[in-house]
Design a protein around this ligand. Structure first.
Ligand code: UT7
Length: 340
């Protein structure tokens, strides 16, 4: 007779499921016309260069507030109670505070205790990195029930005087419940995840201020390095190149071609980037999901918001093979295959 732990490990399976999804955005909407009053820009420039028309922004809510709303919806969608969770992961670069982690604050908000909880720091790619961590946890602990949430108040790190960045971002949260066993036939099977990074080009997209390399003295005025600084063109090129190449590698690993992909769901940063990735992968625009027009770039929340919305509105149907791809600061990027 094997000891209990060995028996548990012997049960180990590679099957990982997305059992529930949920998303939440703050009510307040900031349109391109509103931005015209704040900074020297115009609706035509923003729409033609980015595809963004409006974005949701907070009005007093914090990162954990949005994380909580999206997580409770994901749990409800999974038919689970918070206390059933074993692990809580929150992908964010705009947590309520550096310590405690937003995952710990979320646990407290959900009224549960004694679970593993940590934040994932991979900027916009954080949710897909979180899915990879969840897969690894389930390989070690087959009974794990993991909440992977992406929650961002990106506008807290936006310089409203910098027109090249402030028009791009929005706030929001999305969450997934990931388990080693399915519940009913509506779950997505998380077939695979691939993630990567290149720190050599990381300085093209930064939020430096407040880190230990740019720490503040008491009473010092906050400078523009406290906010998102970005070499837009450079990031654009890397985003298209890295998202399309990692998608090709992931498809190849499974013997799939673009023809097999029913839905391509890329990081929602810019409509032109979304379309360029679709084109490089030869996936027609009708099969590419986009909601960047209404949400802007919500960083780590972008993929789970898109997944949750696409599943809710029927863009992703039962039986669909979904190819997710992400890109962000670090630079980091990744892809995932989900079979519905
Ligand atoms: O999550 C990942 C993070 N970020 C991204 O994915 C962003 C990737 N990059 C992009 O999406 C694009 O590079 C941007 C949307 C940021 C910029 O588009 P672009 O076509 O690369 O424009 P650009 O930066 O080359 O700027 C073109 C012009 C400049 O004027 P000049 O030098 O040609 O006279 C800018 O000053 O547009 C000007 N400009 C603006 N004009 C009106 C820059 N921002 C604005 C603005 N309104 N908001």
């Amino acid at each position: 007779m094997l000891p209990a732990r060995k028996q548990e490990l012997a049960k180990m399976s590679n099957n990982v499921y997305i059992r529930g999804l949920g998303h939440h955005v703050p009510e307040k909407i900031l349109t391109n016309r509103d931005l015209e009053k704040i900074v020297d820009t115009n609706d035509d420039w923003i729409t033609s260069r980015t595809g963004i028309s409006s974005r949701h922004i907070v009005d007093g809510q914090t990162c954990v507030d949005l994380a909580y709303e999206s997580s409770m919806k994901a749990l409800q969608n999974a038919g689970m109670e918070p206390d059933e969770l074993t692990h809580i992961l929150v992908a964010t670069f705009t947590g309520d505070m550096p310590v405690p982690a937003t995952a710990c604050l979320l646990m407290e908000r959900m009224g549960i205790r004694n679970k593993a909880a940590m934040d994932v720091a991979a900027a916009c790619s954080g949710f897909v990195y979180g899915l990879e961590v969840a897969r690894a946890l389930i390989a070690l602990h087959p009974d794990a029930k993991i909440l992977v949430c992406g929650s961002e108040i990106v506008t807290s790190r936006v310089n409203w005087e910098d027109r090249s960045t402030c028009v791009l971002f929005g706030d929001g949260a999305g969450a997934a419940v990931v388990t080693g066993e399915k519940n009913g036939d509506k779950n997505g099977e998380l077939l695979d995840v691939m993630v990567s990074a290149d720190g050599g080009i990381g300085m093209a997209l930064t939020v430096k201020g407040g880190g230990s390399a740019a720490s503040y003295s008491l009473g010092e005025k906050v400078g523009d390095e406290y906010f998102i600084q970005m070499q837009g063109r450079e990031i654009y090129k890397h985003a298209v190149r890295n998202m399309s190449s990692i998608c090709k590698k992931l498809l190849e690993r499974h013997g799939y071609t673009s023809e097999d992909v029913d839905v391509l769901l890329p990081h929602q940063a810019n409509q032109r980037i979304i379309e360029a990735v679709g084109k490089k992968l030869s996936i027609p625009v009708e099969r590419v999901f986009a909601n960047v027009d209404r949400f802007g770039n919500t960083s780590a929340a972008s993929i789970p918001i898109a997944l949750s919305e696409a599943r809710e509105n029927g863009f992703i149907k039962d039986g669909n093979l979904v190819l997710v791809t992400t890109f962000g600061g670090g630079l980091t990027w990744g892809a995932s295959l989900i079979q519905y």
